[in-house]
Design a protein around this ligand. Structure first.
Ligand code: ATP
Length: 323
């Protein structure tokens, strides 16, 4: 291995830069040349890559987003797209690729691996829905920003006897909703994995109001069947049963734009460096993740097209504790 390339793909996640820095410097320490591909697979197809030196990745460990840029590339999902990507890598003389991204991105990695190209994935998405890792780069930051918002909403909710519906990010995965609902003491948590029907939410809010609560938080994952906005419309029709005043807050992209937490920087650093070691070992076609706080390489074949379930027992715990 003499020349490798790195790309970041899918939704940006706080900590991606720390992974780029670790992979770049780890590879340079081995005497390899490193190329940064701009804007994920779209940049691979456009053949936009520049050499990265140690100084190029200085001062980025604390920055959110990704200095390499990211994109969603429908073109890369076709056989012709994968072929073009491979051809660009080979004509540049690249002999190993590191893909930092989530589920879709690692499915792309798997396609390259199937074509015989040495590729190693790094688990990075705020959704934390990747199989093969307990945590992904970015989720700790996103959970903490979401939690801070919930704490603030609870304070103002208490002053006005209001219930807040908070829509969290996470695509089809309820992990962020679950974690922030638990840590924020939510009265109700609604996730795609375990839906709560609007009439049941109304009942639970009404009961909480009757028990003398001064505020209530309902966390709704963006992928839930009854989205926060639809649920709000339903609530308005049943205002009398609920008791609380009602407000809706959609957090959206604000939760993934911030500074990466220490946990995300450390995880990203470990995974980025481990990806280089993995390329050097010659066993590729794997994704680097963290299982039981140990860095682990899981075959991309096991990851592609699969998602990790959330711990639904925690939803029941949250329900019991919302007394
Ligand atoms: P996040 O969920 O955090 O946004 P992700 O990696 O899951 O991250 P996606 O938009 O699903 O984000 O995928 C990113 C990119 O990966 C896609 O735009 C596409 O270029 C590539 N990709 C996704 N699925 C495939 C596939 N089946 N084959 C090849 N490439 C794919």
């Amino acid at each position: 291995m003499q020349k490798i390339a790195i790309l970041t793909s899918g939704g940006d996640a706080p900590g991606m830069n720390a992974a780029v820095r670790a992979a770049t410097r780890g590879a340079i320490a081995r005497g390899w040349e490193v190329y940064g591909i701009r804007n994920g697979y779209a940049g691979l197809l456009a053949d936009t890559m520049d050499e990265l030196h140690a100084r190029d990745v200085g001062g980025i460990i604390q920055r959110g987003g990704t200095v390499l840029g990211s994109a969603r590339s429908p073109e890369f999902q076709s056989d012709a797209g994968v072929e073009k990507g491979l051809s660009n890598l080979r004509s540049r003389g690249v002999d190993g690729l590191i893909v930092i991204g989530g589920n879709g991105s690692q499915t792309g990695s798997y396609r390259l691996h199937q074509e015989g190209f040495p590729v190693v994935g790094v688990a990075s998405t705020i959704d934390n829905d990747l199989y093969g890792t307990d945590v992904t780069i970015g989720v700790d930051s996103a959970v903490n920003v979401t939690l801070e918002a919930i704490d603030r909403l609870r304070t103002t909710g208490s002053s006005h006897q209001r219930a807040f519906l908070v829509e969290t990010m996470g695509r089809n995965c309820g992990y962020i909703a679950l974690m922030t609902g638990i840590a924020g003491g939510a009265e109700v948590i609604v996730t795609p994995e375990r839906e709560v029907e609007p009439h049941e939410v109304v009942e639970r809010l009404g009961a909480a109001y009757s028990r003398g609560k001064t505020h209530a938080i309902v966390v709704v994952a963006e992928g839930a069947k009854h989205g926060a906005r639809a649920m709000m419309d339903y609530f308005k029709e049943h205002r009398g049963t609920i008791g609380f005043g009602l407000r809706l807050t959609t957090l959206g992209h604000v939760v993934r734009g911030g500074v990466p937490t220490a946990a995300d920087r450390v995880l990203a650093t470990r995974l980025g460096a481990a990806a280089v070691d993995q390329l050097a070992s010659g066993t590729t076609g794997v994704m680097m993740g963290s299982l039981c706080n140990t860095i682990a390489a899981t075959p991309l074949a096991e990851i592609a097209g699969r998602t990790k379930p959330i711990d639904c027992a925690l939803l029941e715990l949250a329900r019991v504790l919302a007394q």
